[in-house]
Design a protein around this ligand. Structure first.
Ligand code: SF4
Ligand code: SF4
Length: 265
């Protein structure tokens, strides 16, 4: 077995031109420092035919809420995303993180994967080669013919668990946030990204209002959650969605006055 350990070289590459998933509290703080946050909404069709492994089913269910698109049952995942096109606004002149002690969980976890279904692959990461060190064990011949195991330290493992727990605890807040902001459109998971841009102050107020609501209050005031519109750029996907009763539309028809835009993967 080939074992690889990771040591951050502090090259700062991961602090440039990225989208960072944030918890609600992190998003409020990020906006409070003048940063930008957009809202990503994705739909997973959720019928008896939904083919997911047991672990993926449990995980997806925990971080999404029930909704309807036309007559299709879906689950919606909402992610708050801190974004910047160049250097992160929290990088100081010496390329150090100026909010190091308060940096988001995602920054603390990188380059490790948050999603247990995704296997870590250094090729997909910004870290330089010398951040990855192969531990010479057991012998060269065995090592070269064996799968690679990336060693993850205990602190990072705990951070990933904490992020998963926070994400599932925040599902009702995210649902209430969408209701408050009138968001009822999304992309199809793995078919594109639909981001919603909300005016800075309005988003801070909406996040603070939903964050202060108790879980019980959010459950009791839960509105009906039908009428979600799924966008795609793919004609075949749109046809497939219509065939199963979903309410769907071509992304090119997005109403940008509603501050929605799609970025295709
Ligand atoms: S918050 Fe800090 S660690 Fe995270 S991307 Fe910005 S500068 Fe880097
Ligand atoms: S890109 Fe990787 S090695 Fe460079 S600062 Fe970020 S985590 Fe560390």
């Amino acid at each position: 077995m080939k074992k690889v350990s990771f040591n951050c070289t502090q090259c700062g590459k991961c602090c440039h031109a990225l989208n960072i998933p944030l918890t609600t509290r992190e998003a409020i703080d990020w906006l409070g420092r003048g940063g930008s946050v957009k809202i990503l909404t994705e739909a997973i069709p959720w019928t008896d035919d939904t083919l997911l492994s047991d672990s993926l089913f449990t995980r997806k269910k925990a971080i999404t809420f029930e909704a309807m698109s036309g007559s299709l049952a879906i689950r919606v995942a909402v992610t708050l995303v801190g974004h910047y096109s160049d250097a992160c606004p929290n990088l100081d002149d010496n390329q150090n993180c100026s909010i190091y002690e308060q940096r988001p969980l995602t920054c603390r976890i990188y380059p490790f994967e948050i999603n247990p279904q995704i296997q870590l692959n250094p090729i997909n990461k910004l870290c330089p080669k010398d951040a990855w060190q192969t531990i010479p064990f057991p012998d060269r011949a065995t090592r070269e013919n064996s799968p690679t195991v990336y060693l993850i330290d205990e602190i990072t493992r705990e951070l990933i668990t904490k992020l998963h727990e926070t994400n599932s605890n925040e599902v009702l807040f995210k649902k209430a946030l969408c209701t408050k902001l009138g968001i009822k459109s999304c992309s199809l998971s793995n078919n594109g990204y639909l981001f919603h841009l909300v005016e800075h102050e309005q988003l801070i107020l909406a996040l603070k209002a939903t964050e202060s609501g108790t879980k019980q209050h959010l459950i009791e005031s839960e509105p009906s959650n039908d009428g979600w519109l799924i966008y795609s750029n793919n004609e075949q996907t749109l046809q497939d969605l219509k065939d199963v009763g979903a309410q769907s539309n071509l992304s090119f028809n997005l109403d940008t006055s509603n501050q929605e835009f799609i970025a295709l993967i």
